[in-house]
Design a protein around this ligand. Structure first.
Ligand SMILES: [Zn+2]
Length: 143
């Protein structure tokens, strides 16, 4: 993590440290053909988890199911594809940091953007983009 991120997320570091130990990571490459409704109640019909990730994750190719208070009955965790976001790659680290922040805050894109002090507008795709710009630049406020 960049020193700018360490400083900006100082108050979140203890929770992030804990989350790194406990958040389930699902490599969707290995489970792509399983039915999505096994993992999330937001899936439709016969959709596989691979299709669900590709349909919903946006440009990052990752998503987080926070916990069962948000999506009751779903399997909480961070979902990614190792073929697209190999663990250990610098770009993956910032995507994971973004998802980990959702995990510890148990919150939406807008909630996260507000927490980071960014100019959130309450539009999920737009606020996701704002959060992504922030994390992918090593915690620079996109303004
Ligand atoms: Zn996000």
């Amino acid at each position: 993590m960049s020193s700018r991120c360490q400083s900006a997320l100082k108050g979140d570091l203890p929770a992030l440290d804990k989350a790194i130990q406990e958040v389930p990571l699902y490599n969707v490459d290995q489970i792509a053909k399983m039915k999505a409704d096994f993992f999330t109640l937001n899936a439709t019909g016969k959709e596989t988890i691979g299709n669900y990730l590709d349909r919903t994750a946006g440009p990052s190719g990752m998503f987080t199911i926070y916990n069962d208070t948000v999506e009751r009955g779903s399997r909480a965790g961070i979902y990614y594809r190792s073929s697209r976001n190999p663990l250990g790659a610098n770009s993956t680290n910032y995507l994971l940091l973004h998802e980990m922040m959702h995990w510890i805050l148990d919150g939406s894109e807008t909630f996260l953007a507000k927490h980071l002090g960014l100019n959130a507008i309450g539009d999920q795709p737009r606020d996701d983009e704002l959060n992504s710009l922030y994390f992918n630049s090593g915690c620079l406020d996109p303004g």
